[in-house]
Ligand binder design. Sequence first.
Ligand code: PAF
Length: 320
Amino acid sequence: MSANNYSAIIDKHKLPQVSIIGAGAIGQLIYQQLSRSNTQVNFISRADQSQQQAVTFTNLAQQQTTCAAMFIGRNDWSQQLVDTKLLIVCVKAYQVVTALKPLIKRLRHDCHILLLHNGMGPHLEVANMLNGQGLSLGTTSQGALKKSAWHTQQTGQGVTQLGHFTGPMLSETIKMSLLSSIPQSQWFEDILPMLWQKLAINVAINPMTAIHDCRNGELAAAQYRKTITAAVTELAQVAAAESIMLDLTVLLDRVYQVIELTAANYSSMHQDVQHQRKTEIEAINGFVVLMASKHGKSARTNQQLLASITALEQTYSNKA
Ligand code: PAF
C-alpha cells in the first residue's frame, strides 16, 4: 500500500505521539507537515513550564495559517515523554548531543530517535548514548525560512531521505505516517550513502559561499572549480575508506546542479557567518577531516576550508 493510501485510513486518535526538539525553520516545517496529516505532534522545550504557542506557517502557495503548538516544558518531560514513540531531532549538528543527553533517560526503550540536521557526525556519539532506543537518520533539502520566531515560510520543495542506522527499527505505522506527511520523502534501507552524497554538496557550497561572501550561484565560476573538485574528491576517498562507494563524476554533477538550482540563495553557512552565529563546519568539512584521520589519510582541502571558517568564527565580535 502506498504511503498516501495508508494515511487515508489511519485513525488519528490511535496515532502514536511524535515529539520534535528544535523549533528552527526545519523543525517548524516538519511540525506543520505532521500535524496537517493528523499525527499527534508536540515540541520539547527547554523552558520549565509547558505552554501552548501560536505558530504561523506560510506554504508554497503563500497561504498563511496559524495553529497552537504544544511545547512540553522540563517539569512535564518525565510525564509526557513516556508517550513519545518518535523523537525527531531538528537542532543544529553541534547541539544534538547536548539536547539529547537529558532526554534519553526519560524516553521509553521502544521510542525511536530520528536525527535530521545538516552534516554528519553526531550519529556516532548518539549511537553510544542510546538506552535501547533505535536510531534513524535523515536529510532534507526542503527549503524553509524563519520570518520570525514563530512564523516559518516554506521556500522550496525538496526531497527528504530517511533510513535506519542502528538499534530497533522504526515501527511501520510511524514510518508510513512520516512518509505520507512529508512530501517527496523516501525510506532507504541504507541511508549512509545518501548522507554522504548530501555532505558532498555541503562541503563544497557551504564554506565556499561563506568565505567568498557570495550566493550559491556564483560558485559556478571557473575560479572556484579547483577547490570544489578537490574537496569533493577527498570526500569520495574518505567515504570509500568507510566502505561507501560514491561516483565522483555523479557527485560533482550534483554539486553543480544544486549550485544552479539554488543560484539565488545564500547557503546556511553564509547566513551563519553573516549573523556571527556558530557554523556547522565541524559536521561538514570537519567530519571529512575526522574520518580521513581515522583512516590515516589527509584531506588537505577540507582541512583548509575548516581552518578558514574557524578563523572567520574567531573574528565575531560576540563569540558567545
Ligand atoms: O546548507 C545549505 O544551505 C543547503 O544545504 C544547500 C544545499 C547548500 C543550499 O544552500
